[in-house]
Ligand binder design. Structure first.
Ligand SMILES: *[C@@H]1O[C@H](CO)[C@@H](O)[C@H](O)[C@H]1NC(C)=O
Ligand SMILES: *[C@@H]1O[C@H](CO)[C@@H](O)[C@H](O)[C@H]1NC(C)=O
Ligand SMILES: *[C@@H]1O[C@H](CO)[C@@H](O)[C@H](O)[C@H]1NC(C)=O
Length: 390
């Protein structure tokens, strides 16, 4: 009744061993193949869904982030914080603030208005760009950036920076308009279409103009800041004209880093927010205001550059608004919290569906523990067009 199991058991064991060895070999080859695959695979940019469009609730919200001044991350210290805060403050506080702002406002677009990195503190521009834009990339929210006067002071030229930025995940930034010979790097327009399933679904109802205001220049032996050149304005006027041929004349917003000289006059004519330092701009007035006024569609311009100014003021019917300093490695004022600006655009509700833009509002939030919301104001109220079914 008892069979002798010794011999079959041995061959079974050998067979098992063989199978084991074979599968080990197979999995080794499999992992090797994956490794090779990963090395040779082209990493494809994760793209945002375009065109941008208003939400079903008829809103579109932009978070403006000005002057992050990012260096090397954890090792880069904060400027102008209280001595008691200094030991535990670095670029990571800027990252944390950006994460919290995105979380709190859930914007449809993040607009970075220059001096994203502070070149002289950034050992490797690419690495700093990855770090500074990481919260935007991780949020999967489309984002657009332009350059300030400090971004190119590290290991990349302005052209290289804009190319690199345009290739980052969820970035909708562009180098320059195709088939236009133009000064600077980072001149482009972004269209925002009406809500899905509305009559305006395939029409741009809000246009965003991003411009490169340059870095520094010598003019007649005087060192001054850059300015927006005639070639850029010529492109802008053409783009604006083309975009205003829709059913309703779509309003537009513009974003650039360095203020225009006329912003200084707001000290005398009035503003909402804080005007705490001289407006630092070029000695050259290239006629940006004249162009914007003649175009007619730009309702507001969003600026950076002067970290202690966060005001909005109206010049010839156009609002000029500072974002206010956002980054901790940029200069600021201890006790005056770093801040960011929100722009909220609302469509008009027609009889049956969303129409054109009705109102544009703006406010700021402070990095003060409560993300306090301040200085909310309506900057444009346009009616949003007549009902199409009249
Ligand atoms: C910077 O971040 C650290 C860690 O979250 C925090 O403890 C510190 O208060 C922050 N500093 C400032 C000035 O916000
Ligand atoms: C918008 O375009 C899509 C795709 O081409 C089309 O199906 C839809 O009917 C268009 N909507 C309007 C309002 O023109
Ligand atoms: C945050 O809000 C709470 C509750 O309103 C308040 O007590 C606190 O002072 C606020 N903190 C700051 C920094 O504004």
């Amino acid at each position: 009744m008892s069979r002798r199991p010794s011999r079959p058991a041995l061959s079974d064991l050998l067979l098992l061993l063989l199978i084991l060895l074979f599968s080990l070999l197979l999995s080794f080859l499999f992992w090797k193949a994956i490794e090779v695959g990963a090395d040779s695979a082209v990493r494809v940019k994760k793209s945002a869904e375009l065109p941008l469009r208003f939400r079903y609730d008829g809103t579109f919200k932009i978070l403006q982030v000005a002057d992050m001044h990012f260096g090397n991350g954890a090792v880069t210290r904060c400027r102008d914080v209280f001595p008691s805060e200094s030991a535990r403050c670095s670029d990571l506080n800027t990252t944390q603030f950006l994460r919290r702002m995105i979380e709190a406002e859930k914007p449809d677009l993040v607009a970075f208005t220059g001096d994203n990195i502070f070149g002289t503190s950034a050992t490797d521009a690419a690495e700093s760009l990855f770090q500074v834009f990481r919260p935007a990339m991780e949020s999967r929210i489309p984002w657009a950036a332009i350059l300030g006067n400090h971004d190119q002071e590290s290991t990349m030229t302005r052209g290289e920076l804009m190319s690199f930025i345009s290739l980052m995940d969820y970035s909708i930034s562009q180098l320059n308009p195709p088939s236009f010979k133009i000064d600077g790097f980072g001149n482009y327009d972004i269209r925002v279409h009406g809500a899905f399933s509305s009559e305006m679904a395939n029409t741009s109802v809000l246009n965003l103009y991003f411009l490169d205001s340059g870095d520094r220049a010598m003019v007649g032996g005087v060192r001054t800041y850059g300015w927006i050149r005639e070639s850029q304005l010529a492109w802008l006027r053409t783009a604006s004209q083309k975009l205003q041929q829709g059913i309703f004349p779509a309003p537009a917003l513009s974003f650039f880093h360095i203020p225009i000289p006329e912003v200084r006059n707001l000290w005398y004519t009035g503003f909402v927010g804080k005007y705490q330092e001289a407006v630092a701009c070029s000695i050259v007035n290239s006629g940006v205001l004249k162009s914007l006024v003649s175009m007619g569609d730009v309702k507001a311009v969003f600026l950076g550059h002067d970290h202690l100014n966060d005001f909005c003021g109206n010049i010839d019917g156009i609002w000029f608004c500072y974002g206010g300093g956002f980054g901790y490695h940029g200069y600021g004022r201890a006790g005056w919290p770093r801040r960011g600006r929100v722009i909220s655009v609302q469509l008009r509700k027609g009889k049956k569906e969303w129409m054109g833009v009705e109102t544009i509002r703006t406010w700021k939030r402070l990095d003060d523990g409560n993300l306090s919301k301040i200085d909310e104001q309506v900057i444009w109220s346009g009616g949003g067009g007549e009902d199409l079914d009249h």
